[in-house]
Design a protein around this ligand. Structure first.
Ligand SMILES: CC(C)(COP(=O)(O)OP(=O)(O)OC[C@H]1O[C@@H](n2cnc3c(N)ncnc32)[C@H](O)[C@@H]1OP(=O)(O)O)[C@@H](O)C(=O)NCCC(=O)NCCS
Length: 182
């Protein structure tokens, strides 16, 4: 009998993990976003969205719940997600989802989406929404496969002369949410 294949391990991240999250974000963004946004915009958005104090404040206010994923129990984290309640009752937001390129297409992103859906469902959410750059075809494809559909386009001025040119995607959370096996 062959041994069971190692399962990824997801854990909650707290303030002690901020440096790990910042380091992952820096490496993943600089590998994945050139060609989608400029290097100048990558620098600007990393400085804005991943400032240690901003992440700490999101964590301590429970605005965003961060998760870290490792491919095996013994391996260091290879990606992360951040999610939390939306403004309207029943809304839940997937703020961030990033997997290191060397570990992409191995199911880690899907495992994090499933974990976020589970937590959102337990909190009574009825919809999970996210924003994704309109030029980010691989991520859009993954989200579609997980039942998300494009609800709107949104071009947001984020200062510094930059814009976020996004799709807003959304999927319902219902009784059949955990019956699919992506
Ligand atoms: C988008 C992203 C989060 C998806 O995470 P991932 O871990 O690569 O996702 P998965 O491995 O679960 O699934 C991705 C694809 O790999 C395929 N896959 C999963 N396991 C696989 C395996 N063992 N072997 C081959 N392919 C596999 C899936 O079928 C899926 O195909 P699809 O994209 O055609 O639907 C990740 O690619 C990423 O971090 N990208 C860069 C940053 C980014 O764009 N983040 C999203 C910002 S909104």
């Amino acid at each position: 009998m062959s041994p069971a294949s190692p399962q990824p391990v997801i854990r909650d991240a707290g303030p002690a993990d901020i440096d790990i999250i910042r380091d992952l974000a820096d490496r993943i963004w600089r590998q994945c976003y050139p060609g989608i946004i400029t290097v100048e915009q990558i620098d600007y958005m990393l400085g804005w969205m991943y400032a240690a104090e901003k992440i700490r404040s999101e964590m301590t206010s429970c605005q965003a719940h961060y998760l870290l994923i490792s491919p095996t129990e013994a391996a260091p984290p290879a990606g992360f997600a951040a999610h939390g309640p939306g403004e309207a009752p029943g809304d839940w937001l997937l703020h961030k989802l990033y997997i290191e390129p060397a570990h992409q297409r191995t199911g880690l992103g899907s495992a994090l989406i499933t974990a976020v859906l589970r937590e959102a469902a337990q909190s009574g959410a009825k919809h999970l929404s996210l924003r994704v750059n309109r030029a980010n075809a691989p991520a859009i494809g993954t989200y579609r496969r997980h039942g998300f559909v494009v609800m709107a386009t949104d071009r947001a001025d984020i200062g510094g002369g930059f814009v976020m040119d996004d799709y807003v995607m959304n999927r319902p959370i219902g009784p059949d949410t955990f019956l699919t096996n992506p």
